[in-house]
Design a protein around this ligand. Structure first.
Ligand code: CA
Length: 517
């Protein structure tokens, strides 16, 4: 029942109304969020990360480091595409969100994700580019995705459920679509834009304008290009992801991709054919062949990165031109790390550094000190919580990470995590990397390769004395106490995160390692 307010109450109501409108007039609107996410972008291929090989200049991505924060230990929960994306959306490990491998999983889009929560809080949301979760995106006002892995040239896409044709280079098309969406968005609302590139995923096909981008430069080789895996166990010896044996003719551009138009094919052939003819004539073998493949791989991979850097530049310019930069947080990251020849490898999957570490650069004017860095153990597990936190939306208890906002503001909480849990499942295809889980600290990694005898074993690496992870010290007496401490920590993490002790066989996506056939 409504009652007429008494005069004093009326005065109070008027005062409250006035205060509320004043607050609305002066309060800063919630920040916009631009999340630029590439696929398999190694931190070694971002100049701000200072790889000793100095493989590439990435001026636009570096601008985020110069104007924001560079994270030096952003670790992923499970280093492959789909599982990482499920973790980003849900803020949970894959044993919780269900997307444990790329082989036989479909993302359950009915679960809680940060885009859904931001949308409910009044954000306008868009997802453009590589999705790779099989089911249609949920929680977005607009979405346009590549089907599955997508292709580099003239890629078919799916826009709000309708298949469409495109012409051009995938990174440019994803950028054009993103800028077009920004231009036509509802300007009365804050926005979340997820701009997710296919590049530089295998088979590393650059924009045609970047063929010959490095003028036949010879790239320095990593010290471990010819690693013999001594000092480590069966998993490292049995994998199928070497430049030497696994990288194929298509990867090496000895045959062109089928999607090119005749004009594009002519441009492609003009660059690759004379070089391929020379290669065929040379009939390289052994180490010489590995070296040639490494050079071709780096040329193509880095050519893709140039396209991604252009994209970041265009998005930043749009934010500048539209006066949006000050109230927009821009995040650049990749779904995980990647090998650029270290240990003789390409691909990812391992708990080892090049694979488990993703680049992470964040610009948030007025909050993040320009040119700052952090070595805190952060993760793609924390992204959802961070976005919700900065938008003032409560973080659901189901989420297992933690908001990075305090770290971004320059005050890492005293109780920030000092250990991180990792778990990889997919086996045996496509790269025969044995399932494993482990704990990572600032200095150590304790790893359990699973699957039953004879392949069930442990490794321990001391990153201080062995930064390239070449020698397991798990059975060395000098590390006995350390190992016991780490085993205890691993058990604690598995309990805290509700990791099942028995892995259901279908989580591997193929026959269980150690199982017959
Ligand atoms: Ca990936």
């Amino acid at each position: 029942m409504f009652m007429t307010p008494r005069p004093t109450e009326r005065r109070l109501l008027l005062l409250l109304t006035a205060l509320t409108s004043a607050h609305a007039a002066f309060a800063k609107p919630p920040p916009n969020i631009v999340f630029i996410f590439s696929d398999d972008h190694a931190y070694q291929a971002i100049s701000a990360y200072g790889d000793p090989r100095q493989l590439i200049e990435t001026p636009n991505i570096d601008r985020l480091a110069r104007e924001g924060m560079r994270f030096d230990r952003c670790l992923v929960t499970n280093s492959i595409c789909g599982p990482c994306r499920a973790t980003v959306l849900t803020g949970t490990y894959n044993h919780v969100n269900g997307f444990v491998n790329n082989s036989n999983r479909r993302f359950d889009g009915s679960q809680i994700t940060f885009p859904k929560l931001l949308q409910a809080a009044g954000y306008q949301t868009a997802m453009i580019g590589k999705w790779h979760l099989e089911t249609d995106p949920t929680g977005f006002d607009f979405w346009q995705i590549l089907p599955g892995q997508g292709v580099y040239y003239n890629p078919p896409m799916i826009r709000l459920g309708q298949r469409i044709k495109t012409e051009g280079y995938v990174t440019d098309i994803i950028t054009d679509t993103s800028l077009d969406w920004l231009q036509h968005r509802d300007r009365s609302k804050p926005f979340l834009l997820m701009c997710q590139h296919k590049a530089p995923h295998r088979e590393w096909e650059p924009a045609l304008r970047y063929l010959n981008h490095d003028g036949d430069r010879r790239y320095d080789e990593p010290a471990t290009l010819f690693d013999d895996y001594a000092g480590r166990g069966a998993a490292e010896h049995n994998q199928d992801m070497t430049i030497r044996d696994t990288m194929n003719a298509k990867d090496c551009k000895l045959t062109p991709p089928p999607q090119l138009t005749p004009a594009q094919l002519a441009e492609w052939n003009a660059y690759y054919e004379p070089r391929n003819a020379k290669f065929r004539e040379a009939n390289l073998q052994g180490a010489d062949l590995v070296r040639w493949k490494y050079q071709r791989y780096l040329h193509d991979y880095l050519g893709c990165i140039r396209g991604v850097d252009d994209s970041v530049g265009r998005v930043l310019k749009y934010l500048d031109d539209e006066g949006l930069a000050d109230n927009t947080i821009v995040i650049y990251s990749s779904d995980q790390g990647f090998y650029l020849g270290e240990h003789g490898w390409f691909d990812k999957r391992w708990i080892f550094e090049e694979s488990v570490r993703a680049p992470l650069l964040v610009r948030w004017p007025g909050n993040v000190a320009p040119g700052s860095t952090s070595r805190a153990l952060v993760s793609n597990l924390d992204f959802a919580e961070t976005f919700l936190d900065i938008a003032g939306v409560p973080i659901p208890v189901r989420m297992q990470g933690r908001s990075l906002a305090p770290i971004l503001r320059g005050a890492t909480p005293a109780d920030w995590r000092t250990s991180f849990y990792y778990q990889y499942f997919e086996y045996p295809t496509p790269h025969r990397v044995q399932p494993h889980y482990g704990v990572i600290t600032d200095r150590y990694k304790l790893i359990h390769f699973t699957g039953g005898a004879p392949d069930d074993y442990w490794e321990l690496f001391d990153l201080q004395s062995d930064p390239h992870e070449l020698r397991s010290v798990s059975d060395e007496p000098a590390y006995r106490t350390r190992r016991a401490t780490l085993e205890k920590e691993l058990t604690r993490l598995r309990t805290e995160l509700n990791v099942p002790n028995e892995i259901p066989p279908d989580w591997y996506g193929g026959p269980r390692p150690g199982a017959k056939n």
